[in-house]
Design a binder for this molecule. Structure first.
Ligand code: AMP
Length: 395
């Protein structure tokens, strides 16, 4: 990787504007998982140690372009202060308004200023020129360490980078090194596992993974569109009629490329997604008319586990069933467990599969759990992330 990192820039006595991903879950006024804050600390601590004053900016939730106290970063600033007992953490009451400007101007070496939620201003997601300039005017150097939003072309992830000397932070550097390293130069057999609900979202990634993997395992709601394309009955399961033809083409491509394309051979089915009593394992690959597939079945778990067992590199994105309900989470958990036995690299894309692995207490048994669902998918697909692309290369 030849992007400039925080280690390559002089930050002494400078105000450094850092895009972080503090989009943490908050329930009943409490942060329920502070992992994203913790993951950003390496870059923040490094900058403070090197004599910078640090201005942090992040989004939280979807406040739709206007201030909404429900999405304030106030709680995050309090957690940040706990993590930085020896540094003063100041919270701005706006994003680039009077308060942020005044507090940024007065910020001293070793101090941290957290701007209010970027998405309180509609210009953030529009990558608005004036907003980029207002952000850039707060500081002298820009660092992007928000891997979770690096696939977005927003003011704070993209536009502002063009206006200041710039670099990526340690978290983005780590994500790129691990994910790109594994995908560009995989130890084989290389197995990809894709699940989740929507085929449409994953067509690009399936298409590109078929060029590199040895085995591609498809589970979750999107499997049924492939099963339908192959002529099986899918009952009331998720089906994307518009992409049946595409599914056929992807199956053909897998055959042409000699990729072991593994679909479920049985499922857990239930009369409706909320019915956690009357579910059953199917005998074969068909789903009766009154049922819907909500998890991979026992035989499928065995089949998938056998392929994973042989792997030296595994990447995984998307749950294999409706894992939010414990009755339908068996397949997802069995596959997670199988991954812990892999003698090689295991990479979990962010989002639901990451939550499943973390909830099972298996996080430390994986090589890497990405902090970005959308961003890691883009990397799996071999795409460049705009928030990284915009950062200068090393001279
Ligand atoms: P995605 O955002 O596309 O990765 O989808 C994640 C969602 O897919 C989760 O909320 C799962 O509950 C859902 N999902 C997985 N398998 C199924 C299925 N068989 N039927 C319906 N939804 C599913």
């Amino acid at each position: 990787m030849n992007k400039r990192t925080v280690k390559d820039i002089d930050v002494y006595d400078k105000k450094v504007l850092v895009r972080v991903d503090f989009n943490v879950p908050i329930v009943d006024g409490k942060i329920t998982d502070d992992n994203r804050i913790v993951e950003a600390m390496q870059t923040i601590n490094y900058l403070l140690e090197k004599g910078a004053s640090v201005i942090l900016m992040s989004h939280l939730g979807r406040p739709e372009g206007k201030p909404d106290p429900k999405y304030s970063l106030k709680l995050v600033s309090e957690r940040l202060q706990e993590l930085l007992p020896n540094n003063k953490v100041i919270m701005a009451t706006d994003v680039t308004g009077k308060d942020a400007k005044a507090k940024a101007k007065d910020l001293k070496m070793g101090e941290v200023l957290l701007l209010e939620n970027l998405r309180f201003d509609a210009r953030e997601e529009e990558n608005d020129k004036d907003f980029c300039k207002e952000l850039a005017d707060l500081a002298e150097v820009y660092v992007n360490d928000a891997f979770g939003t690096a696939h977005r072309k927003h003011a704070s992830t993209y536009g502002v980078a063009k206006l200041l000397p710039n670099a990526i932070g340690f978290l983005i550097e780590k994500e790129l090194n691990i994910i790109c390293g594994a995908i560009e130069n995989p130890k084989r057999p290389f197995v990809g596992i894709l699940g989740g609900a929507k085929v449409a979202d994953k067509i690009g990634i399936i298409d590109s993974l078929l060029n590199t993997v040895d085995t591609l395992i498809i589970g979750g709601g999107m499997a049924y569109t492939f099963m339908y394309a192959l002529g099986y009955k899918v009952g009331k399961s998720l089906l994307d009629q518009e992409n049946v033809e595409t599914a056929k083409q992807l199956i053909n491509k897998a055959n042409e490329k000699g990729v072991n394309f593994l679909l479920p051979v049985d499922y857990v089915v239930t009369p409706s997604i909320d019915d956690t009593t009357n579910y059953k394992n199917t005998k074969d690959q068909n789903v009766d008319d009154d049922y819907m597939g909500v998890d991979i079945g026992k035989k499928s778990i065995k089949l998938f586990a056998k392929a994973i067992k042989k792997a030296h590199t595994v990447i995984w994105n998307g749950p294999l069933g409706v894992f939010e309900k414990k009755e339908f989470a068996v397949g997802t958990y069995a596959i997670a467990k199988q991954l812990t036995k892999v003698k090689g690299t295991t990479i979990i894309g962010g989002g639901d599969s990451a939550s499943a692995v973390i909830n099972m207490g298996l996080a430390n048994k994986m090589t890497h759990i990405s902090t970005g669902g959308g961003a890691s998918l883009k990397l799996f697909e071999g795409k460049v992330l705009p928030g990284v692309d915009v950062i200068d290369n090393l001279a």
